[in-house]
Structures are given as structure tokens and as C-alpha cells.
Design a protein around this ligand. Structure first.
Ligand SMILES: [Zn+2]
Length: 399
């Protein structure tokens, strides 16, 4: 082997060795890099600790950010977005528990189950909120997080109401505040509603008052038998007869919203529908310092738009389970009584303490007096009381 050959071989050896060292270093560096990156992206331990409330999302952000600063500056932004996406998923994950819990709360559950679900809901609301709050405005996930946050605020309000309800159940009973799980009474869910009522409970409801001609007579009869009822009042009549409403309220009856002018609500604009409901709420509030919890549409005329407005006012929709047809010309004391008492289940009975309510629309079959209603009332009460039924206001009739 010549010297020249040896030198080239030596050179080749050094060259190969250098390349090998380079490749190995690169491999070690990159595998370490990927390993760390992997840790940052999944961060299972951190995740687990957060779900056990050991680490707050803000601390998690710091831990991850330190690693990012020292290792992968060039991918920092993208990696952060991956983390924020992870936060959003976690926020949504806990939020799902919240919505599931609230549907459970709206079923008929006993008090202990309700309290346990409520505690669990509060924890999940907090967990969800912690993750969503950790997403900063510059992230592309910020808007989604904000959307969730809006719902979280609503659910927190709802959770507070439930908590208040559980802590002050007696107050709710006394002040006729609607239990939060009360179902609407619609045409479709009459059976569901009856099922939610106390056994042997009857709710007498009187629409279209208050009037000096009939309402006072009805109040006298109810007082005589110690019966509590629910009056769906018309706003413009409340303005004329605030004293009657005050008496109703003082004697333990419940007052519901039956619109301001008694129109066919589905035939007027949404703005007018809102006014009809809002004015009546305000007028009743001014008269007795209490806002109704129930709304009944005049003529039972309603559609999904109207129901969503009713809902936005925090009102429950209330139709009826028994129609006495007391407003018809063809009805008399006997027909009204028979329709009212021919029943063995909990019931919401529809009657009227006002006539000629909407001067623009008087039904051709409408009787111009409600004296038949007044004259039927005693027999209806006596019949149910003899059969062991109890009379409640609508809110108090719910289990
Ligand atoms: Zn009416």
C-alpha cells in the first residue's frame, strides 16, 4: 500500500466516521425532539391532573410554553393552536356532561338525586369553563370557545336557580314560585303534564278576567271552600281592576299571563306578540309585585314562533286538559258541571271569568255572560272534594 493510498484511505475513514457521527447525532437529536413534541401534544399526565383539579389550565399552559420556548420555537404558533384545539375539545367534553345533567334535572327526580346531579353539574361547568377561558383571543378557536362560554353562563344561572329551589323549597311552595322542572302544558304533552301533577290534584283555571261582574263572585265561592285557583288575566283588564288582582293574590291564587288585548297571536307580528306578553307581565308586576310564571295563549292559538317568545320571557306555556266550553251559548250549568267532573285523573280545567274580551272578535257562538260558570262552580268543587281530590294552583299542582 503506497503512502498516497494510505492517506486517501485515512481521509475516507475520517470522512465516513464524521458522516456517521453526524447521522447518529441528528438521529438522537430528532428522536429526542419528536419525543418531546409528542409529550407536549398529548400531555396525558397534565390532562389527567387537570381533570382531577390538581393543575389549573393556566399552569398547564405555562408548563407547555416553557418547553416550547426552549425547543421548538419555529413551530411555536402551530403547536399552540394544537393545544388550544385540545382545550376546546376538553371544554366541549365537560360541557356535554352539563347538558346531559340538565336534561336529567328536567325529568321527575327525587330531591337527593337532584342535589347530587346539581353538584356534579357545577364541577363540570367549572372544568369546562377553565379550559375555554384558557383559549386567548388570537387563537382561531377563540370564537368557538366564546360560543360555549355564553351557554355556560346561562347554565350557571340555571344551576343557581336549582340550588335556590333545593335550599328554599318551603319558600317556593308558599310563594307559588314555579319549580324549575315544571313541564309546559301543550296539546301534545297533556299526558306528560298530568303525570307530573300531584295525585288527586285539580287545577281550576279562569281566563279573560278580571271583571267586576264575575271574578269577585268566583273569588267569594273559592274562599268559602278554601280552594286555590289560577287566573289567566288579560293585561288591559288588569289595568282597570288592579284591586281584584291584589285580592286574588292575597287569597293565595296564582295569576297567569293571557296577553294584553286577547288577539289571535299567530295573526300578528312577532314584535306585537312580544309586546302583548311583555306589557301584561309589567302591569301585573306593578299591581302585585309578582310576575306570572305561566302563559296561556288566547283561543289556544299558538305556533313555534310564539312558543319560543313565551320561553324567552321565562314563561311556561299552559293549555288545559279539560275544556268546559263554558263560553258557548249552547252551554248551561248542567253541561259545564258534567264536562268538568267527568274525570278521575289530575286535571287542569278551563273556565272563564270574563266575556266580550276582544271587541273585534266575538265568536258567533259566544255567550255574552259568564253567569253559567259562576253558577256551576260550587257543584264542581263539592263533587271533587267528596271524591278526595284537592285543589291547587297550577305551580303547586306540580309534584
Ligand atoms: Zn281567553
Amino acid at each position: 500500500m503506497s503512502d498516497k493510498h494510505f492517506k486517501s484511505l485515512n481521509f475516507l475513514f475520517i470522512f465516513i466516521a464524521s458522516v456517521t457521527i453526524g447521522v447518529v447525532s441528528a438521529y438522537i437529536y430528532t428522536s429526542d425532539f419528536f419525543e418531546k413534541k409528542e409529550q407536549k401534544l398529548s400531555s396525558n399526565t397534565v390532562e389527567k391532573n387537570i381533570s382531577e383539579n390538581k393543575i389549573k389550565p393556566s399552569e398547564k399552559e405555562n408548563i407547555i410554553e416553557n418547553k416550547i420556548d426552549s425547543n421548538i420555537v419555529q413551530n411555536q404558533l402551530e403547536t399552540q393552536e394544537t393545544i388550544y384545539s385540545d382545550y376546546l375539545n376538553q371544554g366541549a367534553f365537560y360541557f356535554k356532561y352539563v347538558t346531559d345533567n340538565f336534561s336529567k334535572m328536567n325529568e321527575n327526580i327525587d330531591e337527593l338525586t337532584g342535589k347530587n346531579i346539581l353538584e356534579n353539574t357545577k364541577i363540570n361547568l367549572n372544568n369546562s369553563q377553565k379550559f375555554l377561558e384558557a383559549i386567548p383571543p388570537e387563537s382561531r378557536y377563540y370564537n368557538y370557545a366564546q360560543e360555549y362560554q355564553k351557554y355556560i353562563i346561562q347554565y350557571q344561572e340555571s344551576a343557581k336557580k336549582w340550588e335556590d329551589y333545593f335550599n328554599n323549597k318551603n319558600r317556593y311552595q308558599n310563594q307559588k314560585i314555579l319549580p324549575p322542572n315544571s313541564p309546559d302544558l301543550t296539546i301534545k304533552n297533556k299526558a306528560v303534564f298530568v303525570n307530573a301533577m300531584k295525585p288527586k290534584s285539580i287545577v281550576l283555571t279562569f281566563d279573560d278576567g278580571p271583571t267586576s261582574e264575575y271574578t269577585i263572585k268566583i273569588l267569594d265561592i273559592l274562599k268559602k271552600y278554601n280552594v286555590k285557583a289560577t287566573f289567566f288575566v288579560v293585561g288591559k283588564r288588569v289595568q282597570e281592576n288592579c284591586l281584584i288582582i291584589q285580592r286574588m293574590y292575597q287569597e293565595g291564587h296564582e295569576i297567569g299571563n293571557h296577553s294584553y288585548t286577547h288577539p289571535y297571536l299567530t295573526k300578528i307580528s312577532i314584535e306585537e306578540q312580544q309586546k302583548e306578553i311583555a306589557y301584561t307581565q309589567q302591569i301585573i308586576q306593578q299591581c302585585i309585585g309578582y310576575q306570572p310564571r305561566w302563559f296561556r295563549a288566547p283561543y289556544g292559538d299558538q305556533n313555534p314562533d310564539l312558543l319560543s317568545i313565551v320561553n324567552r320571557f321565562g314563561l311556561k306555556n299552559a293549555q288545559w286538559t279539560i275544556d268546559t266550553n263554558d263560553w258557548r251559548n249552547s252551554s248551561n250549568r248542567k253541561t259545564i258541571t258534567n264536562l268538568a267532573i267527568n274525570n278521575n285523573n289530575p286535571a287542569v280545567i278551563l273556565m272563564h271569568d270574563g266575556a266580550k274580551t276582544n271587541p273585534n272578535f266575538i265568536h258567533p257562538e259566544e255567550s255574552l255572560t259568564r253567569m253559567n260558570t259562576v253558577n256551576s262552580l260550587e257543584n264542581i268543587i263539592i263533587n271533587y272534594q267528596n271524591r278526595g281530590f284537592n285543589f291547587y294552583t297550577l305551580s303547586n299542582a306540580i309534584k
